[in-house]
Design a protein. Sequence first.
Length: 478
Amino acid sequence: MNDNEKQFEDFVSNIKFDDTPDAKHCDKLEQNLLRAMAKQSRQIKIWRIIMKSRITKLAAAALIIIGLFFLFSDGQKTLYANAVEAFEQARTLHIVIKEYRDDKWFKDHEIWYDREAGIVEEERYEGRTHMRIDNGRYEWRYALEKEFIVQLKSYRDNDEFARQYCAEWLRYDPNRVSSGDMVIDGIPCDMYVLSDSGAKVSIWVDGKNYVRQVIQVRELRGQKVESRASVEYDIVIDQNRFSPKFGQDVKVINPREWIEELYPLDTAIFTRKCLGFVFAVHELKACENGLKYMVCSTRLSDQTRREISTGHPWTYYGQSDLFDRYDETYSYDHPILLGRLKHDGVIINWYLLLPSNDRVRQSPGCDVVVSVITANQLEEKCKAEGLPTNEKFRLNIAMQKFQEHQVSLREIVRQVYSLGEKLDPIVHSFLLKQVITKADGKKIQVGRRPAIQLSEEEYNEGVEQRVREWLELMRLNK
């Protein structure tokens, strides 16, 4: 075992993978990986290529290991340095990412970069087009034909973003394979290859040290998954692309303010301050067959925001989750997470509460355990002040009025799906989690984005199946 392999093995051994998934597992796994990677000076954007496939989305956790293998390889500095230097001389880039599926190539992702004007991204999913424009001052996100867009202060380095697409692969010790040299758009290119038992990445570099093409291929359950990124340099780009123009009927919003207006604290059923957060219950409704529907949120308090100097909108500060409450002889409501939305220190959770027996079925309120955890700046603040970094408390709401407004399960599904679809891609929302098995046999939970990874019909079927299985387990399927 060489030093790189030992470093990789030590890194992976320090990441905790649970065999049995729970409601927090996916988020904790994600954060463990992000924190560990943040300590490294080099990062690789493997996701932009591999996450386009329906198949690879289901195997994303297994592909993390492939990405980490590349992450810890010592790159050929001269090769990478030459590519970076070449990139620094380029004024514009045009990147097209295609995926091969159903015996055809589909253009799923397109990027325009101008060193002075900024970045434009266009992503296509099942007939939908999602846009991101960043001019270095502001970022706009929207989906075509939607009635609103989001405007944020720019929070990322456009030059670094573009450089990672056209040079980053060369950091990771690719092997020279002259037999694969070829001419791309009339330009002779040398071939380099990164390979692992589960994937192969081929990179073609021209005589000016420009990366011209990257192809990623892997086998999954006997099927070949292939994605291709092609790069053009110093082309003429219409400058109108970098100046967003919207119709009079389109509303420009601040997403955090919009979410807080949708679920305000002053009308909440229940609120509690906890570890720098404010936990709130916004809706609690009775549903058919003894089910209950709950919407709750966890958001940084105003004081916490001032004290921790919040980062970019996707920074993770922690979250809350609901769990079954047990006493010595009795179990209470069983929560299942229908969906989760995260943005700028605000998290909205949609839950179904399932009965554990007939007594719970007849209860007008709810009785569960709330677990709150902190992360990153908020966790550091708690530690510095000698406070716990996580907390649990009982949430017991027993109010008769919730029985008066019963809703159907189908209505709940439609409402949650509609909200998730409307907010995506402005703020990513993830719906009913599914359990997937990784290559090593371990299981994890992953959420799916509405419309892109999960249709409303699939979502409805998934929710109904979860409810049915639980009621059968509890022998309540009457």
